[in-house]
Design a protein around this ligand. Sequence first.
Ligand code: MF3
Ligand code: CO
Ligand code: CO
Length: 274
Amino acid sequence: MNEAYEKIKDKLENYRKKKIPVPTPKMIKTKEQIEGIKAAGVINTAILDMVEKNIKAGMTTDEINTLVHNFTIEHGAIPAPLNYEGFPKSVCISVNDAVCHGIPSKKEVLKNGDIVNVDVTTIYNGYYADASRMYIIGEAKDNAKKLVKVTKECLELAIESIVPWETRLGDIGDIIVSHAKKHGYSVVREIGGHGVGLEMHEDPYVSHVGKKGTGMLIVPGMVFTIEPMVNEGSRLIYQDSRNGWTIYTYDGKLSAQWEHTIVVTEDGCEILTH
Ligand code: MF3
Ligand code: CO
Ligand code: CO
C-alpha cells in the first residue's frame, strides 16, 4: 500500500478527467523510499566530490573508473552501471565530443583543456541515485568553458522552475531548449531524464526538448532526473558501433551534460544529489 499515492489519488483523478496525464502509483514515492534514495544520493555526491579532487591531466578514464568503483564499494554501495544491460564498467565517462555513455578505457588519457562528464549512479540499500557533473581538465578554451556553464544553467533553470500541481514535464524541455538556443547551442533529443529510485531507469521519460504546457503533471513525491545534453554545434548524434554504447556528436563538436536526481516536494523540489 502506497500511502503517499493514496493521499493524492482523488486530486490526481480530477486532473486525469481533464485529460491531463498524471503519474502512476509507482511514480509517487513514499516517505521511506525518499529517505532511501536520499541516502543513496549522499554517497553519489561524495563520489562526484572525490572525482573532483582526483581528476587531472595524464590520468586515464579507466583510472577514474577504478577510483569510483572502489570508493562506492568501500561505502557499502554498488555502482549501478556495472553489468547494466552489458555495460562493462562502473561509471560513464564522456570526453569532449562524447555526449554520454562513454566507457572508461586504459587507452583514453585525459589532457589539458578536455571537458569531461562523469556520470555516477549508486545503489545503496536497494535505492538508486543518479547524477553527473562536468570537469574541466586544466585550462580549457573559452568556448568549452561557456558550453559547460550554460549547460549547468539549463539544469538549474529547469529545477528552479518546478511548481508542483502546475508544472508539466514538457515545461522542463521548453526551458532547457530556450536557454540553450539563446546561446546558439542545440539540445540532444534522443536521450532524456527518467524516473529513478527503485530502479536506475523508471518512467516517466523526461524529455529535454518538450513543449510548454504538455506532458505529465508534476506532483509531490515524484523522483526523477533532469540531465540535459547540450551541443556546441548540431544536435545530431551517433552511437559508436564498435562498443554499442558511446554516443558522439555527429559533427565532432563539443557536448556537455549535467544531471541531478530531484524529489518534488509540496512547494518546489529538493535536489537529492547535491
Ligand atoms: N547514468 C546514466 C543515466 O543518467 C545511465 C547509465 S546507463 C549505463 O541515465 F549502462 F551506461 F551505465
Ligand atoms: Co546518470
Ligand atoms: Co540518468
